[in-house]
Design a protein around this ligand. Structure first.
Ligand code: BG6
Length: 511
């Protein structure tokens, strides 16, 4: 997407961009390495990158956690995680090379001795593996630990590289739980790291289909002329999951679906769908346009009518009876946490004035699907009999983020026969059919970008703070008014969500 190093010669730069993007000498330190994310996503992503030849031969992985492990124990944990979750086939020689660069540092975050050991470990890796002093610190830990970890990195001389070498901080969500806490966290992180050294993860931006939103919009002529209030009736952004909260009660309860997903993933999808064309694809140009559109987002005045929250009750999913949220392990039986949220947003600018953007997300819904549906207005005039167009809906352009990645266009077509009956049909593009290349996992892409110092796909602190600013009034409203409506697991959410759209004369898609 962007030039990592510009030669100053546009033709050379264009050629460079087609070369595989391979990380230079470097290493990754993961705090919170015993967590689920690390095992299911980060460790496999590192292996997959190595397997694809995108990491340097001396790449090193350091785990930091409160465990009584030797380096070999850590390597074994990574090995098991890779075997279970990696995307690419296991190859012994790739594994061996990677395993030689694995180290483990036992300790808690306020333990000076552990950070001295970490420093010694990094120095040793620079000598034995040629990591060149280039290290990224991945904070896969709850935000309450950020201040301690970053100040320890500073105190022990780990946050600044020497000479040409770099140090970067990678920060997992949740980045705060409201605007105030996000600002405080940003201040803490920026005391130690420069803005260009901080990489905030929103793994949705690492997904191929999400990056494709910009390709589809700005590499073609067909769509953009229609992509505005003159033709678009409304936009629906859906992220539905069939899973419950699994073992994440500690994180999820009190946070809920809107903070977990709307504040980050869905507002980023909205920004990419609604923003103006950036002047280039470098991080600054993208941020400028995303921020501009996020700044134009307006909440409806009557939050009670235009937002909905729900909580799953017991129900049936995939032929099995599943428990309700309040019966999940570790959940307070009186919890008011939302597991479903829907909001209507408007965008106050010339392109989108009057076009609602409906966002919804939920756990234990009918099926797992994330999509962006741009729904068009009906034709201004119909020369056909009303009876012939009964099965004609509104045209739609649907970006299928996952699963079944691709794009669907829905439009009306004549039904074969002697009458002029018109019915909706779809035209599909599916990744699997059009490309032989397989899609990397989001975390593969994002970890590689961190090592390359490429910040395009990482939200900057201004976007994060603006997103909280959008969400905060909704959460405050919910806090003061009632509790979430229960919906049976396996359905499409609370009835109030259907009513919310019905009041606008619309209905949710059933993807
Ligand atoms: C995470 C949320 O950011 O995204 C989870 O914290 C959610 O609650 C997950 O399950 C979904 O990610 P994906 O890539 O499976 O859609």
């Amino acid at each position: 997407m962007s030039t990592v190093s510009s030669t100053g010669n546009p033709l050379r730069d264009a050629q460079d961009r087609r070369l595989p993007r391979i990380a230079g000498p470097s290493g990754l330190v993961i705090f919170g390495v015993t967590g689920d994310l690390s095992r299911k996503k980060l460790m496999p992503a590192v292996y997959d990158l190595a397997n694809r030849g995108l990491l340097p031969p001396g790449f090193s992985l350091v785990g930091f956690a409160r465990r009584d492990w030797e380096h070999e124990d850590f390597a074994q944990v990574v090995h098991d995680a890779v075997k279970e979750h990696a995307r690419t086939p296991f190859r012994e020689e790739v594994w061996q090379q990677l395993a030689e660069g694995m180290r483990f540092v036992p300790g808690v975050f306020d333990d000076d001795e552990a950070f001295r050991t970490l420093k010694a470990t990094i120095d040793e890796l620079d000598k034995s593996r040629g990591t060149g002093g280039n290290f990224a610190f991945y904070l896969s830990v709850p935000p309450k630990f950020f201040p301690t970890v970053v100040s320890q990195l500073k105190k022990h001389g780990l946050s600044d590289g020497e000479g040409e070498s770099w140090r970067r901080a990678v920060i997992e969500k949740p980045f705060g739980h409201d605007l105030k806490s996000a600002r405080e966290l940003n201040a803490v992180v920026h005391e130690v790291f420069q803005p260009h050294e901080v990489f905030r993860i929103d793994h949705y931006l690492g997904k191929e289909t999400v990056q494709n939103i910009l390709a589809v919009r700005f590499a073609n002529t067909m769509f953009e002329p229609l992509w505005n209030r003159s033709y678009v009736d409304h936009v629906q952004i859906t992220m539905a999951e069939d899973i419950g909260i699994g073992g994440r009660a500690g994180y999820y309860d009190g946070i809920g679906s809107a903070r977990d997903v709307i504040q980050n993933h869905l507002l980023q999808l909205l920004a990419l769908t609604a923003m103006e064309e950036p002047t280039s694809f470098d991080a600054h140009a993208l941020l400028t346009e995303k921020l501009k559109v996020l700044n134009a987002v307006r909440l409806p005045r009557e939050l009670g009518r235009h937002t909905v929250r729900g909580q799953y009750a017991a129900g049936w999913q995939g032929g099995e009876k599943v428990a309700g949220y309040l019966d999940e392990d570790g959940i307070d039986s009186k919890s008011k946490t939302d597991t479903y949220a829907a909001v209507k947003l408007e965008i106050d600018n010339r392109r989108w004035a009057g076009v609602p953007f409906y966002l919804r997300t939920g756990k234990r819904l009918g099926r797992r699907v994330t999509e962006i549906a741009v729904v068009f207005q009906r034709a201004p005039h119909s020369p056909f009999d009303a009876t012939d167009t009964q099965e004609l809906g509104q045209n739609a352009f649907v970006i299928r983020v996952q699963p079944d990645e691709g794009v669907t266009i829905r439009f009306g077509s004549k039904v074969p026969g002697t009458q002029m009956e018109i019915r909706d049909v779809t035209m599909d593009f599916a990744y699997g059919e059009s490309f032989t290349e397989s899609s990397p996992e989001a975390y593969e892409r994002l970890i590689l970008d961190v090592l390359l110092g490429d910040a395009n796909l990482f939200p900057r602190h201004e976007e994060v703070e603006r997103s909280w600013e959008i969400l905060d009034p909704i959460e405050e409203y919910w806090d003061k008014h009632g509790k979430p409506e229960q919906y049976p697991a396996g359905t499409w959410g609370p009835q109030a969500a259907d009513e919310m759209l019905a009041r606008d004369g619309r209905s949710w898609r059933r993807p």
